[in-house]
Design a protein around this ligand. Structure first.
Ligand SMILES: Cc1cc2nc3c(=O)[nH]c(=O)nc-3n(C[C@H](O)[C@H](O)[C@H](O)COP(=O)(O)OP(=O)(O)OC[C@H]3O[C@@H](n4cnc5c(N)ncnc54)[C@H](O)[C@@H]3O)c2cc1C
Length: 345
């Protein structure tokens, strides 16, 4: 028999406020979760009804394309604990429901370095390991010391080491085989009291003066990002819509022969192509049609002007993929996570 539904779980709730594309689909069941006890109670109930469980943070890396069956949990588990201090570093545990940017700002305020390049990335701390967020030459995996998770199978808490998580470029096990298994409840970061700055990417070096510290880097990153990326509160989007495709040397040489000014970065024996550049060359920058479009300052960002459903955006995605494939022979891969059942079209 099903357990009685906890009072804090609502039915048929619009997810429009909870995804930065602002698509309006419904969660069959929905709960705001502020404690681990609530999390356990909600998942135990869902299991008793054999309902799937989906966890959301800030909804800034989602493409919802239909109503979401089962229980959707909005993670607001807050916590900030200094676990350990040495002369060089501090180990800080952040609750998964903390806002990522606020956590970065707090660290900078404390003089703790390592995540200042990741300022202004929207979303929650708990989602940061899911796609191993990265910007300006830094990835969150570089500072993760431990991840606390709730195992949905037996409702027990575990601590995972970063080596367990198979972190890669916008990748981890949480996006794949662990997607329905673990809910991240906290992330522990090892932050540095003697920070080494990373300034080699995205014009950061020119944006800070000689002898800069983490505060200046944080401010510069915020300024550059504000000038280049749309604020989801003003224009609905989910940041980079495509991953930068990684190709072998032969493919890169063929593209370079046809397009000498191709933007790419060497990576071991491979090349990472700038997906924004590919989209731009294919003529998409600033495109607008059917209520959706491509941001005028960055062709990697798809935007939603006034659609409540995802169909037009999915069609735009396909058109961009087709044109980039035809022009460069390269397949683009979507970065945001797809949620919800596809509608019948
Ligand atoms: C303007 C803009 C700029 C961006 N810039 C960057 C950037 O520079 N670099 C970058 O890497 N990303 C960037 N992003 C993408 C996004 O901000 C990050 O991926 C962020 O980590 C998503 O956090 P979220 O809380 O919004 O996750 P959500 O969108 O809510 O969730 C994303 C995925 O994580 C899962 N998830 C969320 N919380 C948990 C949890 N506690 N436990 C288990 N699974 C969970 C969800 O189920 C979903 O599969 C940008 C997005 C926008 C809108």
């Amino acid at each position: 028999m099903n357990d009685p539904r906890p009072a804090f779980i609502e039915t048929d709730v619009s997810l429009q406020p909870y995804n930065t594309f602002r698509f309006d689909y419904q969660a069959q069941y929905f709960a705001l979760i502020e404690t681990i006890e609530q999390l356990v109670q909600a998942i135990a109930w869902a299991k008793s009804c054999t309902l799937p469980v989906t966890v959301l943070g800030g909804g800034s890396n989602l493409l919802i394309q239909g109503d979401v069956a089962g229980l959707v949990l909005l993670n607001h588990i807050k916590r900030l604990t200094r676990l350990e201090e040495t002369l060089d570093s501090a180990l800080i545990e952040f609750g998964a429901g903390e806002v990522w940017h606020d956590s970065v700002a707090w660290a900078v305020e404390q003089g703790l370095g390592g995540i200042e390049n990741l300022a202004l990335i929207p979303g929650s701390v708990g989602a940061a390991p899911v796609q191993n967020i990265g910007a300006y030459g830094v990835e969150v995996k570089d500072v993760i010391a431990a991840i606390q998770v709730l195992d949905v199978a037996d409702l027990s808490l575990h601590t995972l080491a970063p080596e367990d998580c198979a972190f890669g470029y916008r990748e981890s096990r949480f996006k794949h085989e662990w997607r329905e298994r673990y809910v991240i409840t906290s992330v522990t970061l090892r932050l540095s009291k003697q920070p080494l700055l990373t300034l080699e990417y995205g014009g950061l070096k020119n944006a800070v003066s000689e002898g800069a510290g983490i505060r200046q880097v944080f401010d510069a990153v915020c300024e550059i990002r504000r000038s280049k990326l749309p604020d989801p509160a003003q224009l609905a989007n989910s940041g980079s819509f495509f991953k930068n495709p990684v190709v072998d040397a032969e493919c890169y040489a063929a593209i370079k022969a046809k397009f000498p000014n191709v933007v790419a970065f060497a990576q071991a024996q491979q090349w990472k192509l700038a997906a924004g550049w590919l989209n731009d060359q294919a003529g998409w920058k600033g495109y607008r049609g059917q209520g959706v479009g491509v941001y005028e300052k960055q062709a990697l960002v798809l935007v939603n002007y006034d659609c409540t459903k995802a169909d037009a955006l999915l069609a735009l995605e396909q058109s961009i993929k087709d044109s980039v494939q035809a022009m460069f022979g390269v397949e683009l891969e979507r970065e945001p996570v797809l949620l919800g059942a596809a509608s019948c079209r």
